[in-house]
Ligand binder design. Structure first.
Ligand code: DQA
Length: 143
């Protein structure tokens, strides 16, 4: 069975309540149920933290075994060289995900420190960005 680790960074624990006009009104836990039903043959592990070091620890813990990492690093996307280095340190391919289209938003969201350490980037499709990232990992792990 393939194993994919989904990691959500800061403030994403508030999905459903946080700026619903930008991020929608659905909690991630609710959406995760739908993802698990959609991919019954994939073990989807989920972790969320508001702490940069905890996200790095999670990448270290899963990155040598998982078939892929789906990472929405939230605002750390735009600040964290340490997350970039953590992704580079492990063999699991990562896909950077954003719910919103960061390129249509404030300029400080246009730069990502983690894209260059990822196999691909998906943004702007709402929560469906996570499904697309999983499809991507499954297709390139077949290559
Ligand atoms: C986000 C975009 C980031 O700029 C922001 O800091 C987030 C969420 C997104 O999913 O659209 O927390 O990663």
């Amino acid at each position: 069975m393939k194993r994919i680790q989904i990691i959500n960074g800061p403030n994403l624990n508030l999905l459903g309540r946080r700026e619903p006009g930008v991020y929608g009104s659905r909690s991630f836990e609710d959406y995760l149920e739908e993802l698990r039903q959609r991919f019954p043959d994939v073990q989807l592990d989920y972790y969320q933290s508001n702490c940069e070091g905890a996200l790095i620890d999670c990448i270290h813990a899963c990155g040598f075994e998982a078939d892929g990492i789906v990472l929405n690093a939230g605002a750390y996307t735009h600040t964290s060289i340490a997350l970039h280095d953590a992704l580079r340190a492990v063999p699991a391919p990562a896909v950077e995900v954003h719910i919103s289209n960061v390129h249509t938003r404030e300029e400080f969201r246009h730069h990502s420190y983690i894209s260059a350490a990822c196999r691909g980037v998906i943004c702007g499709f709402g929560l469906d960005s996570y499904r697309l990232a999983i499809e991507g990992i499954l297709s390139f792990s077949e290559e």
